[in-house]
Design a protein around this ligand. Structure first.
Ligand code: 5AD
Ligand code: SF4
Length: 441
């Protein structure tokens, strides 16, 4: 097979897209495309896109403009757009950007080889049908082993929650859980290839298995995966607070391999806003889950997501969010200004808060969180943490790893420790990471 054809792939957005991109690379290899980091030498450009906020979507059109000019000089260049913007826009994308050869939605990776081969023959194509069958997880061979210590394993996809602001249910379709035995099989294959940490991935992992009576739920799945030999640490993301069950909370007390960290997006601290967001919990419910998790696992670290400027968020509602972050003491928080997304319920809500006010709220929230993060990082000084060594630090002269609570940590040590769990005494906590020394190996 002619392997001289070159693929340039750009991935935007979340881990789900990163995971799909790995499949895309393997699929394109199957029809003779080698990946390149240099767009200039590409025969095929694929963009795996994100539409969670308007800015993410605009970025895609910006990049497309760049490839349009490249195509003027190289008319045989094939340009494809996949992922969430492709799913949302479908045919419209070809109208807006007629130089694009193919548009493939979030459920259509299995058609990609055919679509690219068609484009080589001059055919333009669009595929955005949903394929609501759990077999779609296993339509591809497992991504090839690429070394590394830590990997993501998809356990479910899609979302049925329809939070009022969110485009995910519209572009990723309904929740589908992957067969538990297949998940365990993939984790075992990764462990055999030297991976020591896996993160179970899904838009809402807590509702894993809900749709099939008698099937393992997420707590069962965690216990099954924890038994895989060679896997030393287990994580998962993302959790919806309303679906955190007592059985799942118990896992933090009972599964030693389960890392003491949970990403638990609150989105707002105000009951009125949470209700309008259709989140399915109140501030008190959220705080009760946080408390129960801390009781089960006193060292657990929380991270979260917060939206400011949601329609109807008045000054008092925003203060409730500020109070919530002080109460929870997140290790880290991702915060965003609300962005109206096409087809979502909130896009129809009157939005009276001024842009400058939203920006000011975001800045206040982020400044407060910055202090909390620093204080938390400093509070680790003197403690001993289990750190999974990932490899050299970005400066190259020390090692980088993560604590169970998912705090990035740098320390001196032998690069051969990559993949090992070591005990590290924390000597310093700065804004973005911890510093420490390895106790003994
Ligand atoms: N506007 C702003 N932020 C959003 N998020 C999801 N949809 C929107 C939107 N329309 C945020 C939520 C979510 C994170 C991945 O992105 O906080 O948890
Ligand atoms: Fe979006 Fe809500 Fe589903 Fe998360 S749970 S993906 S925020 S709709």
């Amino acid at each position: 097979m002619n392997m001289s054809k070159k693929l340039y792939l750009e991935t935007f957005g979340c881990q789900m897209n990163v995971s799909d991109s790995k499949k895309i690379v393997a699929l394109m290899k199957g029809i003779g495309y080698q990946q390149t980091a240099d767009p200039v030498e590409a025969d095929l450009v694929l963009l795996n896109t994100c539409s969670i906020r308007a800015t993410a979507e605009q970025r895609v059109y910006g990049h497309l403009g760049r490839f349009k000019s490249m195509k003027k000089k190289k008319p045989a260049l094939i340009i494809g757009v996949g992922g969430c913007v492709a799913q949302q826009e479908g045919e419209r994308l070809l109208q807006k950007a007629p130089f694009v050869n193919l548009v493939f939605g979030t459920h259509n990776l299995h058609l990609l080889q055919k679509m690219v081969s068609g484009a080589e023959q001059g055919k333009q194509s669009v595929a955005t049908d949903f394929l609501d069958d759990e077999k779609r997880f296993d339509l591809f061979p497992h991504a090839e082993s690429e070394g590394g210590v830590s990997r993501f394993v998809t356990v479910m996809q899609g979302c049925d929650n329809f939070c009022a602001y969110c485009i995910v249910p519209h572009v990723r379709g309904r929740e589908i859980s992957r067969n538990a035995a297949k998940v365990v099989e993939e984790v075992a294959a990764l462990a055999a290839a030297g991976v020591t940490e896996v993160t179970l991935l899904g838009q809402n992992v807590n509702s894993y298995g809900f749709k099939e009576a008698g099937a393992p739920d997420f707590a069962d799945l965690l216990r099954m995966v924890a038994q895989v030999e060679g896997i030393e640490r287990l994580r998962f993301t993302t959790s919806h607070p309303k679906d955190i069950s007592p059985r799942l909370i118990a896992c933090f007390a009972e599964i030693p391999k389960l890392a003491p960290h949970i990403h638990l997006p609150a989105q707002s601290g105000s009951d009125a806003v949470l209700e309008k967001m259709n989140r399915g919990y109140t501030r008190a419910d959220y705080l009760a889950k946080v408390r129960a998790l801390r009781e089960a696992c006193p060292e657990i670290q929380f991270t979260g997501d917060m939206i400011v400027g949601f329609p109807g968020e008045d000054a008092a509602s925003f203060e409730a969010t500020m109070e919530l972050i002080e109460e929870v003491q997140y290790a880290d928080l991702f915060s965003f200004i609300y962005s109206a997304r096409p087809g979502t319920k909130a896009a129809e809500f009157p939005d009276e808060v001024k842009r400058a006010e939203k920006q000011a709220r975001l800045e206040r929230l982020q400044a407060a969180q910055k202090k909390i993060t620093l204080a938390r990082n400093e509070s680790f000084v003197g403690s001993v943490q289990q750190v999974l060594v990932e490899g050299p630090s970005s400066s190259g002269d020390s090692l980088f790893g993560r604590t169970g609570g998912n705090r990035g940590t740098v320390m001196d040590g032998d690069p051969a420790l990559a993949g090992r769990l070591v005990r590290v005494r924390i000597t310093e906590g700065v804004q973005t990471l911890l510093k420490g020394e390895i106790l003994h190996v």
